[in-house]
Design a protein around this ligand. Sequence first.
Ligand SMILES: NC(=O)c1ccc[n+]([C@@H]2O[C@H](COP(=O)([O-])OP(=O)(O)OC[C@H]3O[C@@H](n4cnc5c(N)ncnc54)[C@H](O)[C@@H]3O)[C@@H](O)[C@H]2O)c1
Length: 320
Amino acid sequence: MQILITGAAGFIGFNLSKYLLENSKLKVLGVDNLNNYYSRTLKLDRIKELKKFKNFKFEKIDITNKKRLNNFLGNRKISVIINLAAQAGVRYSLLKPTEFVENNILGFYNILNLAKKHNIKKILYASSSSVYGDSNSFPLNEKQNIKPKNIYALSKKINEEMAHVFSSQFKISLIGLRFFTVYGEWGRPDMFMMKYLNSSYNKSKKFYLNNYGNHTRDFTYIKDACKIVTKLLFSKKNINNQIFNICSDKPINLSKIINKINKLTNRNPRLFKRSLQKADVIKTHGSNKKIIKKIGKVKFTDIEIGLKRTVKWFVKYYKI
Ligand SMILES: NC(=O)c1ccc[n+]([C@@H]2O[C@H](COP(=O)([O-])OP(=O)(O)OC[C@H]3O[C@@H](n4cnc5c(N)ncnc54)[C@H](O)[C@@H]3O)[C@@H](O)[C@H]2O)c1
């Protein structure tokens, strides 16, 4: 079986491709536009790693390029698409909202339309915990109303609605993945954990701690997220047109995470504490009852272990 992973040079796309190549016989086709929202070197290094597997192939394609995507799909037999390509970054959505409309909404529309044209019957796609906005009803569950508070979150809500329409009109099985703060090896340099490690090892880098460290996040280890997505990919149950929280259900305060990282690195970067940033939500804490009901019990990685592996990878990759 051959699958297409979009955003394969990204954090989740890379780790998921690697996980599938190591643990299944699938042929993985990866596409990515290798944009420079963060380090292209990191993205190219991820692709280099994946190219070590004989069952992996990569093409630099932008999902907003309908013609190229159409030619690409037309020449290959693809059974499933996992759409992880997107413009991510909540704060960046205040600066460059158009990027989110083009890549996340129009890009996903192309994927859906071309899947219909090429008779691809299953699509898993990334949504986000940010669709919940500033809800106060914890743990967040998939049935509650969602209230996006920035363009990024809105683009994900629209993706879910588009998926709903395509799933019912064209009999494509569409499965939405609401990821909650994923962290781990090969992580995103624009996210809290990698930014903090960067400041820890690079004295000149200031670390701005937003909302005075009073954010709470449901940190979810990358390999747990990959295992869950893999189980959904191979699931024989009827999961058509469903949306799942992908989360550990163990929220942690950022100040606590900082203490844990400091112990591991033996460093103590200077913090510049500042108020809540405009697009940010204060707390995320998801319920993972629905996903566990579908795929069975998941053994989530303890945060101490996940952090240890993350720091170890960081030190090795950045040659510290
Ligand atoms: N990492 C998280 O904690 C998290 C949380 C919630 C949701 N998500 C979602 O999961 C998905 C993957 O996130 P990630 O953390 O790996 O982000 P990432 O930025 O590392 O990966 C996204 C990849 O998509 C590529 N891309 C962007 N626009 C593209 C386009 N038009 N055509 C082709 N490729 C394009 C980028 O170059 C990048 O490599 C995204 O949809 C993101 O919104 C991630």
